[in-house]
Design a protein around this ligand. Structure first.
Ligand SMILES: Cc1cc2nc3c(=O)[nH]c(=O)nc-3n(C[C@H](O)[C@H](O)[C@H](O)COP(=O)(O)OP(=O)(O)OC[C@H]3O[C@@H](n4cnc5c(N)ncnc54)[C@H](O)[C@@H]3O)c2cc1C
Length: 542
């Protein structure tokens, strides 16, 4: 065993296994918060395949927060946000239904962002660049081969797939973002419950001059019903790269060898209704339209976490899987960063599973045609965590609330405001800190906020009419803020607490709220505010 990288020598605070969207988003959230993070990925680079093409409104809000929205939109396809049905792609559309995302107009009524249709192989390099620019380390062609945990951290064994060299890395925590067959999940002793399958599919990735030939702007998903080649066409680039996906039957002996380029081209031409198309076949990939859910998102020893498909694999139906992965990665990332910085209690990390597992479960079931009846926008923006109201103890469950409501545990509403002469969304205020928003008569809350900030806590306060101007009079209304009221928003933009009416001691009241939101009992509050070391409250690992 190569000992050049043993415990503590080059150990990051957090090791992330897998550089897919979940791993990159988790690592980026950590790196932006100043945490030393190392990502290991067994492939030589990010995925060369388009896979997911739908980025939801909430995902675009996060990309906006990270300063990446425009770079991602630069790779966006021009598509209609629809699922259409026709006999062949070039034939007339028989029926068009919503893809599951809101229209741009619907999204912009409640958000500064709107959905974007952009392939995963454009998104991942954008996340990677940003991660590196924030000091995140990434080692490609590096595979996790073994993982063990103890009370103080984790030890990972890695293999460089080019040189064959083996090394060990020690970290405080590990995040398994290593996809559906997660080795981290197995090493942590966590099972995955099979939630069902819609069958086996094969994706043919090809280039062809299709957009001009079909004579209309393609839909995000284009189902074709011709019996000999029924399937789905998905535009996956700005320059006529497409995926044609259809069901196949490996259970009946079909293999990838049956899908040679000539057969793929023949099927694409048939399904497109364009016999002379001459598609250039780029790749053929099988995938299972299946769903699973890990039985836990945090290991029993507390040092390991699962995000993305390692935790919850959805089918591509509804464009949910990658978005759920990114939202969960963000949820975990800020919590780990705040615990590692000593601002939050270790117990806050349990709320990752409490908040995100119900969302993961609902979204997987939804992608399998089961799950809640909520519309796509509500599923995306209306998530409501009850454990955001910690008040000294984590409570479970997640439900769907109002899309842009001001309920505790929900996403803090978007409203356009003016700050220092610039128009911003309230969503732009929250990153990297706790935020106190108050009504016009908020001087006592601002003094309380300043007192907590003076103790080293990242917290900032803004009052309507003083720090934030309301162009459309929506802000106080949307946040239901009376003159002397206050709300507390977490760094992930979720509402943790509100106070209405008179208050005897604003500093003590706000300190209690902060301790609740950060998973600390009030007795520990001064320690929280001083950023002191946190003991692990979990039983020690064997
Ligand atoms: C055809 C298709 C279409 C889809 N369309 C959509 C859509 O429109 N919208 C949507 O939201 N979702 C969609 N999805 C789902 C989406 O692609 C996944 O949910 C998403 O990729 C999950 O991201 P992840 O980071 O969790 O996992 P992955 O993207 O699978 O990344 C995991 C990474 O971990 C690496 N890894 C694994 N084991 C190890 C190891 N031992 N050591 C080091 N590295 C390792 C892998 O190489 C991989 O790069 C689609 C999926 C498919 C297949």
């Amino acid at each position: 065993m190569d000992q050049s990288n043993v415990a503590g020598v080059d150990g990051p605070e957090v090791l992330v296994v897998g550089a897919g969207p979940a791993g990159l988003a988790a690592a980026l959230t950590l790196a932006r918060a100043g945490i030393d993070v190392l990502v290991v990925e067994r492939h030589a680079g990010t995925s060369p395949f388009p896979k997911s093409t739908g980025l939801s409104t909430r995902t675009m809000e996060l990309l906006r927060t990270w300063g990446l929205e425009q770079r991602v939109r630069a790779g966006a396809m021009r598509v209609r946000p629809l699922l259409t049905f026709s006999r062949t792609l070039a034939g007339p559309v028989r029926e068009a239904v919503h893809f599951g995302y809101p229209s741009e107009e619907q999204a912009l009524a409640v958000s500064p962002s709107s959905p974007c249709y952009c392939p995963q192989d454009h998104l991942e390099p954008v996340l990677l660049d940003s991660l590196r620019s924030h000091g995140g380390r990434v080692r490609f062609s590096t595979e996790l081969t073994a993982l063990s945990t103890d009370w103080a951290g984790i030890t990972a064994e890695l293999r460089d797939r080019i040189s064959g060299r083996r090394s060990q890395v020690r970290a405080r925590y590990v995040i398994g973002a290593d996809g559906p067959s997660s080795a981290v999940r197995s090493a942590l002793g966590i099972a995955a419950a099979d939630l069902g399958s819609l069958g086996e599919f094969v994706s043919v990735i090809f280039r062809a001059e299709l957009t001009r030939r079909i004579g209309r702007m393609p839909a995000a998903l284009n189902a074709v019903e011709i019996p000999e080649a029924a399937g789905l066409f998905v535009p996956t680039s700005t320059d006529d790269r497409w995926v044609y996906a259809r069901q196949w039957h490996p259970d009946l002996g079909e293999t990838l060898a049956d899908w040679q380029p000539a057969r793929c081209a023949e099927q694409v031409c048939l399904a497109a209704g364009l016999p002379d198309l001459r598609p250039q076949i780029l790749a053929v990939l099988p995938f299972t339209m299946g769903g699973h859910l890990a039985t836990a998102f945090r290991s029993s020893c507390g040092r390991g976490f699962l995000v993305g498909d390692a935790a919850h694999r959805a089918t591509p139906e509804g464009g949910i899987g990658m978005n759920t992965a990114i939202h969960a990665a963000h949820n975990l990332g800020w919590k780990l960063a705040w615990v590692l910085h000593g601002h939050a209690g270790e117990v806050l990390l349990d709320s990752y599973q409490d908040e995100r597992r119900p969302v993961g479960s609902d979204n997987v079931l939804r992608s399998l045609g089961r799950g809640s009846d909520a519309d796509g926008l509500t599923v995306d923006l209306g998530v409501r965590y009850s454990s955001a109201v910690l008040d000294g103890g984590i409570r479970h469950s997640t439900a769907h609330g109002t899309v842009n409501g001001a309920g505790i545990g929900g996403r803090a509403p978007h409203a356009w405001v003016r700050r220092a002469g610039t128009h911003i969304s309230t969503i732009d205020l929250f990153d990297g800190q706790l935020t106190v928003l108050t009504g016009r008569d908020g001087a006592h809350w601002r003094r309380a906020t300043d007192a907590l900030a003076a103790g080293g806590l990242p917290i900032a306060g803004y009052s309507v009419g003083r720090d934030l101007g309301e162009d459309y009079g929506r802000f106080a209304l949307d946040y239901q803020l009376g003159e002397g009221d206050a709300v507390l928003v977490r760094p992930d933009g979720f509402l943790a607490w509100r106070h209405g009416g008179r208050v005897a001691d604003a500093t003590a009241t706000l300190r209690r709220a902060v301790c609740g939101a950060l998973g600390r009992a009030e007795v520990d509050s001064r320690a929280v505010l001083n950023g002191s070391e946190q003991p692990c409250r979990r039983p020690r690992c064997a």
